[in-house]
Design a protein around this ligand. Structure first.
Ligand SMILES: [Zn+2]
Length: 469
């Protein structure tokens, strides 16, 4: 008989339960262990492993969300405790001695940060530290907290990261000096609170939330001297003609391209792909199983609708591992198969862009319409514009548009050859390469990795923080 069957029988008969052996005693101990016995158990390896597993589970996703919560829980010890680290501070409605557990949780119920301190540590200081460790703060995100967190410095700190602290005001300051010193974020909070005489009802009501303080204005972005715009040529799925026709065209103009390879097709001509990489072209991650929506019949066996963030991460990481083994370096950029960025379906659908933000310098989309504004764009989802089957004037319209707007145009194609579906016309590719290689046109044409790295390093800190930790 299994232990659980034994437990079920116990529920049917309390008297038999009390006599049924050690399992029942473990599940329903009659009384708590003594402090000394508890301390001994805490020191055992089994307990420490369980504690570590719990910690890993709670902190596996430390990303802040659109709505986050700050709170603290007093952990008092007896007033006569000789614990040298315990301190006196504000506990549950009174001064107590002990510790406090501080937590920064997200609306997804993950812990973005936590800290255990003596009870006298100030909640707002610890909150500032936790937020500082958990950056980037999603622009305009909210931090909900009780009145203990309503401090000028914390408002300014959260605001400097682009977020918004929503705490019940501890007082409605009127004095102009106080109002000036508190900073714009708390002034706006007080204003909203004045206009909202009663506290918000239970639950989150977006109409009661104030407009977040504006982000710092964009600082001008500069391309290197003499450059007006950037272009990257990218090719997906490791089509053989990319080696036979695409690579030679790029090489004839001294241009480096980016190839987002699928592993199974790449293995057929591995030596050629190695030679391409050795020549300076970039090999990027395009996942292992190329998952797209199951609406593509060919993708039913690897449909995004059936993926979770976990299985997607495994798929992407496996590709990076294989590419690292083959080429001796991990890919730094990624192309979303079919340009699609979701996993799951319905209420469980999620974006997997954050997985890419964590792992890569750039994630390239597909079938986008506008090129990337280097001072603003999200490098984790950089626009990729389709060049398959396009005539020269259509592609050149995009190139000239990038020249005029100072943007980064990433062109994306599949096969290279003559007129055929999903094929970049070789004559068009050749002409675009010739135009971009002509220095008088002020275009920097290079791999996604090289241009992405320049943008990441050169643009304003505030904008860069939106993309990378
Ligand atoms: Zn693809």
């Amino acid at each position: 008989m299994s232990g659980w069957a034994s437990g079920a029988r116990c529920r049917r008969s309390a008297r038999r339960c009390r006599n049924s052996g050690s399992l029942t005693k473990k599940v329903h101990p009659r009384r708590l262990t003594s402090v000394s016995q508890f301390c001994r158990r805490v020191k055992t390896q089994l307990f420490q492993r369980q504690l570590q597993a719990l910690r890993d589970l709670l902190s596996r996703d430390r990303r802040l969300a659109g709505i986050n919560f700050l709170d603290g829980l007093p952990l008092p010890v007896g007033n006569f405790s000789r614990d040298p680290d315990a301190r006196q501070g504000w506990g549950v409605g009174r001064v107590e001695k002990g510790y406090k557990l501080h937590a920064l949780a997200t609306q997804d119920r993950f812990l973005a940060g936590w800290s255990a301190t003596p009870l006298n540590a100030h909640e707002t200081h610890v909150a500032g530290m936790l937020i500082g460790q958990a950056v980037p703060v999603p622009p305009g995100s909210l931090f909900l907290a009780d009145g203990n967190y309503d401090a000028h410095d914390l408002h300014k700190h959260v605001s400097s990261h682009g977020g918004w602290l929503w705490a019940r005001p501890r007082g409605m300051a009127e004095h102009p000096v106080t109002l000036r010193q508190m900073g714009p974020a708390r002034r706006a909070l007080l204003e909203v609170w004045r206009q909202t005489p009663s506290p918000p009802p239970t639950g989150y009501d977006a109409s009661l939330m104030p407009t977040p303080p504006p982000l710092p204005p964009d600082q001008p972005f500069r391309w290197p001297e003499g450059i007006r715009a950037a272009v990257s040529l990218t090719f997906d799925d490791a089509r053989t003609c990319q080696i036979d026709r695409g690579g030679p065209i790029l090489d004839s103009h001294g241009i480096k391209g980016t190839f987002y390879v699928t592993l199974n097709t790449m293995m057929r001509r591995l030596d050629n792909w190695r030679a391409l990489a050795t020549a300076g072209h970039e090999i990027g991650n395009h996942s292992t199983t190329h998952p797209c929506s199951g609406n593509f019949q060919w993708s039913r066996g690897s449909a995004l609708e059936n993926f979770t963030l976990h299985t997607m991460a495994l798929d992407i990481d496996a590709a990076s591992k294989s590419l690292n083994e083959i080429f001796g370096q991990r890919p730094r950029t990624f192309a979303y198969p079919c340009g699609q960025t979701f996993v799951g379906r319905g209420a469980d659908q999620k974006s997997y862009v954050p997985l890419i933000a964590d792992r890569f310098l750039v994630g390239r989309g597909f079938n986008n319409e506008a090129p990337n504004d280097p001072g603003f764009c999200d490098l984790a989802y950089a626009a990729g514009i389709d060049m398959d089957c396009k005539r020269l004037d259509a592609v050149m319209n995009h190139v000239r548009g990038a020249q005029e707007t100072g943007t980064w145009l990433i062109l994306a194609g599949h096969a290279v050859g003559d007129k055929a579906p999903q094929t970049v016309r070789a004559d068009v590719l050749d002409a675009v390469c010739r135009f971009c290689a002509d220095k008088s046109n002020g275009i920097w044409i290079d791999t996604v990795e090289n241009i992405g790295a320049y943008i990441s390093a050169a643009r304003p800190v505030a904008a860069a923080a939106m993309n990378r930790r």
